[in-house]
Ligand binder design. Sequence first.
Ligand SMILES: [Zn+2]
Length: 263
Amino acid sequence: MWISCFFRLQTVDKKGKISLCALQTLILRWKKTARLRRCSQGAAERKGIQMKIIMLGAPGAGKGTQAKMIAEKYAVPHVSTGDIFRANIKNGTELGMEAKKYMDQGQLVPDELTVKILLDRVAQPDCKNGYVLDGFPRTIPQAQVLDKALSELGDAIDYAINVDVPDENIVRRMSGRRACLGCGATYHVEHIPPKKEGICDVCGQNLVLRDDDKPETVLNRLKVYHDQTQPLIDFYNEKGVLKTVDGTVDSKDVFAAIVAILS
Ligand SMILES: [Zn+2]
C-alpha cells in the first residue's frame, strides 16, 4: 500500500496524488481499527466462556474463601445459593414465594426450582463473563438438573475446581477453632492463637469450642459429603472440566494454583 502510494506521488500531478494518498491512508487506518476491535471482542467472549465455575470440596476445605478470591480477581459474581434464596424471598419474587412455600412447611426446595432460581440469577448482566457457584450442586441429581438446564441454553460449566483436603486435616483445622460468645471474635489454637490461652483478646471472656467445630459434628458432615457430594468429582471428571488443587497448603498458595489453571 505504501509503495503504491509513493509510486502515485511520483507519477500523478501534485494536488491529485496527495488527496489519493491521504484517502488510502485513511482506509488503512480504518481497516486496522476494525481489526483491533474484532480481536478485543473475541478475547472478551473467550474469557466469558471460560469463567463459569463450580467449587467442590469437603466442608471446611476452604472452598468458600477461594470462591471469593476468584470472584474478586476475575470480576465475576460469587453466586451462593443461600444468598440468592434470601434475596428472592426478601424481594417477594414469584420464584422466591414458591421456594418459601416449601421452606415454611419444613420441606426441601425441589432441585428443579433451585436451578430455576439459580439460572435467573446467572442471567443477570453482571454474570455475562461468568460466575463462581458456591454451595450448589451438592448431589448428583442437582448436578444433572443444572447440566440439563444449562445445555438447553447452549451452555455448560467450564471448570469444577476441587479443593482437596484429607478428612484428618479438616478435623484438625476445625477442632482447633475457638470462639468468643461475648463479642464473636474467632481464633485458632495453631494459626491465630489468643494472647492468653482460652481468653478473648478483645473482651476477656472465656473462649469455647463451638458444637459445629467439635470432631463428632465435623465427622458427621464429612460423612454426608462423602456419600452425597464426592460423587460429583467423578461426574465432572467425565465431563472433562474437573481440576483438583491441593487444599492442605496456605490459602494464598491454593489460590495461586487455581489462577494457574484459569489463566
Ligand atoms: Zn470476645
